[in-house]
Design a protein around this ligand. Structure first.
Ligand code: FES
Length: 106
């Protein structure tokens, strides 16, 4: 188990405990509380799993690959320094305590 600190679209902060081994998107979606639809199921094509990763954690993640980057830059809510598709972030034990904010719906 590891923790994700989630800031929802109303600014409320919640700590979620979840199994590692999936993606950050799966934790957010499966909790049901954050409005993360993840329509494409993690195939990097819908952007409904868009989050802003806290500055402290952003540098600990692998860089965005090309497909993720292309989708993100097309969003009006894109923030170059913080935007990620949460389905493209493997939730590993090293990310225990990662802080993410659910991005606005497009
Ligand atoms: S779940 Fe669709 S892009 Fe992440």
């Amino acid at each position: 188990m590891a923790r994700i600190v989630v800031i929802d679209r109303d600014g409320k902060e919640t700590e979620v405990n979840a199994q590692t081994g999936g993606s950050v998107m799966e934790v957010l979606r499966d909790s049901g509380d954050f409005g993360v639809a993840a329509i494409c199921g993690g195939l990097c094509s819908c952007a409904t799993c868009h989050v802003y990763v806290d500055n402290e954690w952003m540098g600990k993640l692998k860089s965005r690959h090309n497909d993720e980057q292309e989708i993100l830059v097309a969003l009006s809510s894109f923030k170059p320094g913080n935007s990620r598709l949460s389905c493209q972030i493997p939730f590993t034990p090293e990310l225990d305590g990662i802080k993410v904010e659910v991005a606005p719906e497009e």
